[in-house]
Ligand binder design. Structure first.
Ligand SMILES: Nc1ncnc2c1ncn2[C@@H]1O[C@H](COP(=O)(O)OP(=O)(O)OP(=O)(O)O)[C@@H](O)[C@H]1O
Ligand SMILES: [Mg+2]
Length: 433
């Protein structure tokens, strides 16, 4: 996906030059000629980054920066300064600018600063604990090679985040990172999603469709929830990994591709191999480089930093605090839904606290919610679905039919339980993955 960049400069030629150069590099660029016009643009659409001149009429770059820090605290701002306009660069950084560049600057300086700035927003990974640091060290190492990676861990621990991190740290980072959830599509649709099809290869194939493997060529494909792929497709995937070529549906010739594969699972994949539910040969192919992310309760040192990070993310720029008692509670909670559950709790607590100080009462309101009638209904509903899944051997389509629901509803329900942290015990969680 193209990142949206807003460029602000009162000099017409500068604006156009920056637009041309950034558009060529693959960004989607909008322009504004002063701070006030920029604020108007920002209110209309979502930007990933702002690059602004300092000296401008109406509202200058520093004033614009202060405004953005208040309204959009996560939006990175890069200031472009003429030599000597900023006496004290450090103070600009203190005001919350991501960085500044001095005119005249080279295209490379600009691109590198932008790339670093985008990194902040997309997938900052908190890693205070030794366990998480080890995960990132492994990820950085494997990023330098092209081997297949299997990222394992419970729901919400950050598997997708770490997968992106691998891509971002590899020399493929300029090319696409393409996630595909293997659980979200039935078998034949998943196949055409992954490998694409030729025009006319079946009724309804009115145009050629490019598969995700091809879209990710030169980059990385993320096969999320790999265990949900059925046996036949598993065999096809194995061949892709071995031959480094895909068979586009309806095409006579295989097509060479150079796509790095990262797969994720929150199930005990080895156990599934032993039970004959997942191909052993594919497992060994995928498991060349396993990365296991431990559950949050086993790396509590990450909790305070995650809390601070999620507070910044959800406080709408206000200074939301948290009482010691509430913090202790967060430290001791089980976090079955891991970082995702913690993020949801913080987001809701920000609102309940009126964006001031999160206290025990705000958390208890949620605990109470979970234990009260709605909570126990959710729990009962979850158990029903779990039983159906067990009977149907994990097949979501059949389980949904048995419960008289659509597969989509079933998946949405399961996602909802994960977000709420309403989950069965570890052993049973595999059925709901
Ligand atoms: N270490 C971390 N630092 C910052 N944010 C994190 C961290 N770990 C997880 N998150 C956040 O928690 C949420 C869940 O992470 P992610 O989607 O990567 O988990 P997952 O393991 O892929 O989950 P699932 O198994 O449900 O697919 C995301 O919003 C992610 O940004
Ligand atoms: Mg995921």
């Amino acid at each position: 996906m193209k990142a949206n960049v807003l460029v602000i400069d009162d000099d017409y030629h500068m604006r156009i030059a920056l637009k041309e150069s950034l558009t060529k590099t693959g960004y989607s660029v909008s322009l504004a000629e002063d701070g006030l016009k920029a604020i108007n643009e920002i209110s209309k659409r979502i930007f990933d980054i702002v690059i602004t001149d300092v000296k401008m009429p109406h509202l200058n770059g520093i004033e614009l920066l202060k405004h953005i820090r208040k309204e959009n605290p996560l939006l990175p701002v890069i200031l472009v300064t003429a030599y000597g306009t900023i006496q004290d660069a450090v103070s600009v950084i203190k005001e919350g600018a991501f960085d500044y560049i001095q005119k005249p600057f080279s295209a490379d300086t600009l691109y590198n600063t932008i790339k670093r700035a985008l990194g902040i927003n997309n997938g900052k990974i908190i890693c205070a604990s030794k366990a998480m640091k080890d995960v990132l060290i492994k990820a950085e190492k494997v990023a330098k090679s092209d081997v297949t990676v299997l990222v394992c861990g419970d729901s919400g621990v950050g598997k997708e985040l770490v997968s992106r991190y691998i891509h971002d740290n590899s020399d493929r980072s300029k090319n696409p990172f393409v996630p595909v959830n293997c659980a979200s599509l039935p078998e034949n649709l998943l196949e055409s999603e992954l490998f694409g099809y030729e025009k006319g290869s079946f009724t309804g194939a009115s145009a050629r469709k490019m598969g995700k493997f091809e879209i990710a060529n030169g980059g990385t494909i993320l096969l999320d929830e790999i265990t949900e792929m059925d046996f036949r497709l598993q065999a096809k995937l194995l061949r892709v990994l071995q031959e480094k070529e895909i068979e586009v549906i309806g095409s006579k010739y295989p097509k060479k591709i150079d796509t790095k594969v990262i797969a994720t699972t929150n199930r005990n994949i080895l156990k599934m191999v032993e039970e004959g539910k997942f191909r052993e040969d594919l497992y060994y192919r995928l498991n060349v480089f396993p990365i296991y992310i431990p559950p949050l309760r086993e790396r509590k040192e990450d909790i305070p930093e995650l809390v601070a990070y999620f507070l910044r993310k959800h406080s709408k720029g206000m200074d939301v605090g948290i009482s010691d008692e509430a913090m202790n509670f967060l430290m001791e909670n089980k976090w079955k839904g891991n970082a995702r559950e913690l993020e949801n709790v913080i987001a809701r607590a920000c609102i309940l606290s009126g964006y001031s100080v999160i206290k025990m009462t705000h958390l208890q309101e949620m605990q109470f919610d979970r234990d009260s009638s709605t909570g126990s209904i959710k729990e009962m509903e979850m158990k029903l679905i779990l039983d159906a899944l067990k009977v149907c051997n994990g097949n979501k389509t059949r389980a949904a039919a048995m419960l008289g629901k659509t597969t989509r509803t079933l998946r949405n329900k399961i996602k909802e339980y994960k977000d709420m942290g309403v989950l069965p015990n570890m052993e049973e969680q595999q059925w709901m993955s």
